[in-house]
Design a protein around this ligand. Structure first.
Ligand code: BDP
Length: 471
């Protein structure tokens, strides 16, 4: 006997809309990857550390958001600004420094106070740290001095040092990168630092070469992912899927298996150049993010660090006057405007912080931590759907993600020996909503006539909790 379940529609028009007839069949005894508990992770610019108040034990609202996202997350510090960062306590020689630029790409002088505060921040969140040092305009000696300072400050929270950010943008080829990388790696290893890399932009071949040559000296492999440049971003494009991604990430995980190293996307998001307004920062990004994470987790990717942070230069953020306001929507707009469009968390120290829709998509995917992903056969019935199943002890989790603008989905669910215990929904007024509530418990009604069926409204996701039928 089955159950007919209808996720309660947030708007009444939805239940009258045309519905695709879809099905999802899962074999509970299948073998798949176990989802890492550090899957939902974050990445920030080193430049963010120029304001010591940002990653600080006093930044309670940001700490709360990280803890809620993932008690076992990893904070990656790096990005373009890591390659224009100097350490204030290093007084040796350096190559010529890049000329002064504006905005977030402003050269950074990192000071001890920022590392002290970062340490308190990490303690308060329980997060680990991956820290990037300057390869482009640095020196091995400065990398060692800074890494020592980082490790002295954060202790065991330091998971790895990475050398350079997207060196593919400034080194001609892998051989040149390797020549530049080696003296840093030698010096850092001699200092007892754990390493990870190569932290390239989009080149899988570099990661493979690196794994084969340096796998044994590393604790994980990394590259980045952005779907495209901001000017080419749209909701349709974002939700259209990126099949190439799964192919090359599967190759990378295979290579990682060969050298016994996990693979992490140490920096990722929808569109580079800060993301696209109206795309990266709306509800579409929540559905994209959950699908992206669960697709990669199914392949065995261990962590995905969504890049974010504030837009303003440090000077601007330090000098910012809070526009005294009691109006929540005005505050929300100001926080939105202060942040990169793709940031999962919007806001700054003066304005406070708030989750963006993408954050809620990350929360949904993170619920699979510790579960074994199972192969499920999905018939979409013509709608833009994704579906994932993961088993953890006697619990089965289903993520049913309806990325369709027009079609609700009536999904018939076939999971042997499991019954539905509860369901949570991620939903917004529309795909381009900027405000999204997080997962909310949703009511469902039973009807034994047609087996197990669930309606997944268009532009929504359902997290279904199933329990094992005991006979
Ligand atoms: C990446 C860089 C990061 C930038 C991002 C962007 O690593 O520092 O902020 O692009 O352009 O490639 O948004």
């Amino acid at each position: 006997a089955g159950t007919f379940i209808t996720a309660r529609a947030a708007t009444s028009e939805s239940s009258n809309a045309a519905a695709a007839q879809a099905s999802f069949t899962v074999k509970p005894e299948g073998k798949g990857r176990i989802v890492s508990d550090s899957l939902a992770s974050l990445s920030y610019e080193t430049g963010q550390l120029a304001d010591p108040r940002f990653f600080s034990p006093d930044n309670h609202s940001l700490i709360a958001l990280l803890r809620e996202l993932n008690p076992n997350g990893v904070l990656r510090i790096g990005g373009n600004t890591s390659d224009i960062t100097t350490w204030s306590e290093y007084h040796g020689t350096l190559p010529a420094q890049p000329s002064h630029t504006t905005g977030p790409q402003h050269p950074v002088t990192l000071r001890p106070e920022s590392l002290r505060n970062l340490s308190g921040f990490l303690r308060a969140t329980g997060w680990k740290l991956v820290f990037g040092v300057n390869l482009r305009a640095g020196s091995p000696a400065m990398a060692v001095a800074l890494s020592h300072a980082v490790r002295d400050a954060v202790g065991d929270s330091l998971l790895a040092i990475q050398i350079g950010n997207e060196a593919n943008n400034y080194e001609k080829d892998y051989a040149d990168f390797d020549t530049a990388w080696q003296p840093y790696a030698r010096a850092l290893r001699a200092a007892g630092m754990p390493l990870a890399g190569p932290d390239t932009g989009a080149n899988t071949d570099w990661v493979i070469a690196y794994a084969r040559e340096h796998g044994a000296e590393n604790c994980f492999l990394s590259r980045h992912y952005y779907r495209d440049a901001a000017q080419r971003g749209s909701v349709g494009d974002l939700l259209g899927g990126d099949p190439g991604l799964l192919e090359y990430m599967e190759r990378l995980v295979d290579v990682g298996d060969e050298v016994h190293l996990p693979v992490r996307l140490t920096e990722a998001n929808s569109y580079y150049f800060g993301g696209r307004d109206g795309v990266s920062n709306v509800f579409a990004a929540a559905l994209w993010g959950a699908d992206f994470m669960l697709g990669l987790a199914s392949l065995g990717v261990s962590g995905i660090h969504f890049h974010g942070g504030t837009l303003t230069s440090v000077e601007a953020s330090l000098g910012r006057e809070v526009h005294a306001t009691t109006d929540a929507s005005s505050l929300s707009l100001q926080r939105d405007a202060a942040s990169a469009h793709y940031a999962p968390i919007a806001g700054d120290v003066a304005l406070g912080f708030q989750p963006r829709p993408l954050y809620h998509g990350m929360v949904l995917a993170q619920r699979f931590a510790g579960a074994r992903m199972l192969y499920g056969k999905l018939d979409t019935g013509g709608a833009n759907l994704a579906a994932y199943a993961g088993k953890r002890d006697d619990e089965m989790l289903l993520a049913l993600i309806n990325k369709d603008v027009l079609l609700d989905a009536d999904m018939s669910i076939d999971v042997e020996d499991f019954f539905i215990d509860s369901a949570e929904q991620l939903r917004a007024a529309s795909l381009d909503s900027r405000d999204t509530a997080g997962l909310v418990a949703t009511a469902w009604q039973g009807d034994t006539a047609q087996g197990l069926r669930i309606r997944v409204p268009r532009a929504s996701a359902l997290l279904v909790h199933m329990k094992k039928q005991h006979v």
